[in-house]
Design a protein around this ligand. Structure first.
Ligand SMILES: [Fe+2]
Length: 308
């Protein structure tokens, strides 16, 4: 973008220089994006007559957000991560592409390289007195044909809403496992029923949400990455039906097709077969994967992740 300096207002000139539009070096796309962002910001400052005090409050808020490592949490809370899903859905619909199990946000708490096993895994380390959960299902293609050898990467919170690695009180990779589907595309895990959770109450994300009159709670959910050679990588979550925040998730992840109905199992024999206490909660969820059009679609999107 080039602007005739003689016709620029003082603000236009400032923005052009500050975003590097007149500089030879740098990345053009990045410059244009920064120019748009800075212009919008300056217009917002003008429109709301933002005071110096308010401005510096916002600047220091960014420092606080970084210090607490909550920028990704805030991105989810402001609906921006969900907006990325909306865009991906829109693009698929516009291209007339088939869709399988719907995507929903990854959130900021994934840790890569969880223990991998075939067909089954126990996810909890047994340290919590909690309702046991038998979570199982099948991975298929869009025609219902089983996908053997798919990797179902599962992570969820404990009964206090905490995630291992981020919650130092939990053992390494507690409630995080990867299970390779068997010849019939099936996976099963023994775990504990997760609880919903909220943003850290003393953190900058909750502070911002409180200013907006919003809560920072999520319903009980389980995260999944599902991947297999030849298929599009799927990032999704399932919600456990009945949670009070099911349709009031601060991170906007709930989707109709991703709600699972927990079933109470009291059958001792079945529990014995599963090597899990009775009663326990059974959650069943199947995944339908879409064929990938190139190898890039088979991999999860790039972003900074723990241990990746
Ligand atoms: Fe989560």
């Amino acid at each position: 973008m080039s602007v005739n300096p003689a016709k620029q207002t003082e603000l236009e000139s400032l923005l052009a220089i500050s975003s590097g539009l007149n500089a030879l070096q740098g990345n053009e796309r990045f410059k244009n994006i920064m120019h748009q962002l800075l212009s919008d910001l300056c217009h917002t400052i003008k429109k709301f007559d933002i005071t110096d005090e308010e401005f510096w409050l916002a600047v220091n808020y960014l420092n606080e957000l970084g210090q607490r490592q909550e920028a990704a949490l805030l991105a989810a809370g402001l609906g921006l991560e969900h907006y990325l899903d909306m865009r991906a859905d829109e693009k698929e619909a516009a291209a007339g592409q088939n869709t399988g199990t719907p995507r929903t946000i990854e959130g900021p708490l994934y840790v890569a390289n969880a223990p991998l096993s075939k067909g089954f895994a126990r996810m909890d380390d047994g340290s919590e007195k909690a309702e046991a959960m038998w979570l199982h299902g099948q991975v298929t293609d869009l025609n219902g044909k089983p996908v053997a050898g798919a990797v179902v990467d599962i992570w969820h919170a404990n009964t206090l809403g905490g995630y291992s690695f981020f919650d130092a009180s939990q053992s390494e990779y507690n409630l995080r496992r990867r299970v390779e589907t068997d010849a019939e595309g099936r996976y099963a895990v023994r775990s504990i029923v997760p609880c919903g959770y909220g943003c850290p109450p003393d953190g900058p994300t909750q502070k911002l949400l409180t200013g907006l009159g919003r809560h920072g709670n999520r319903p009980a959910h389980v995260h999944f990455f599902v991947s297999a050679p030849g298929f599009k990588h799927l990032t999704t979550q399932i919600n456990l039906n009945g949670d009070e925040y099911l349709w009031d998730d601060f991170a906007f992840a709930t989707r109709e097709e991703l709600i699972a109905d927990p079933v109470k199992i009291t059958d001792e024999k079945l529990a014995q077969q599963r090597d899990i206490p009775a009663p326990h909660t059974e959650v069943s969820f199947n995944f339908a994967l879409v064929k990938a059009s190139d190898s890039e679609e088979e991999a999860r999107g790039k972003r900074a992740r723990v241990k990746e």
